[in-house]
Design a protein around this ligand. Structure first.
Ligand SMILES: [Zn+2]
Ligand SMILES: [Zn+2]
Length: 107
């Protein structure tokens, strides 16, 4: 009979992130994993202080393609417009409608 930890099995099914982390205290970098919503206060494996954070907060990693508005902003606001039910994606910095640029005209 195999005994498994219910807590570990449950944690394995929970949404989680993994990726590069950096310590804001000693600048040590490592590959980390954690539950969604917990991305700061990570214990640094080098200095053991809770000064770790994700290095690229849930954005593209090195080598990934990234969409940016012509103004340089990578943050988009996505919402369903009440008047016609269309999903709209706008640049959060300059307001340019980027819906067609990202998804095409089919939405
Ligand atoms: Zn550290
Ligand atoms: Zn913009």
């Amino acid at each position: 009979m195999t005994v498994i930890s219910l807590a570990a099995a449950r944690a394995e099914r929970e949404p989680h992130w993994q990726g590069a982390c950096v310590c804001l205290g000693c600048r040590h970098e490592w590959q980390g994993v954690g539950p969604m919503g917990v991305h700061t206060g990570l214990q640094c494996p080098e200095c053991n202080l809770p000064k770790g954070t994700v290095k690229w907060p849930f954005g593209p990693q090195v080598g990934d393609a990234e969409f940016r508005c012509l103004c340089g902003c990578e943050a988009m606001s996505v919402y369903k417009r009440a008047v016609d039910g269309r999903f709209i994606t706008r640049c959060m910095a300059c307001g340019t409608d980027q819906t067609a640029a990202i998804y095409g005209e089919a939405l």
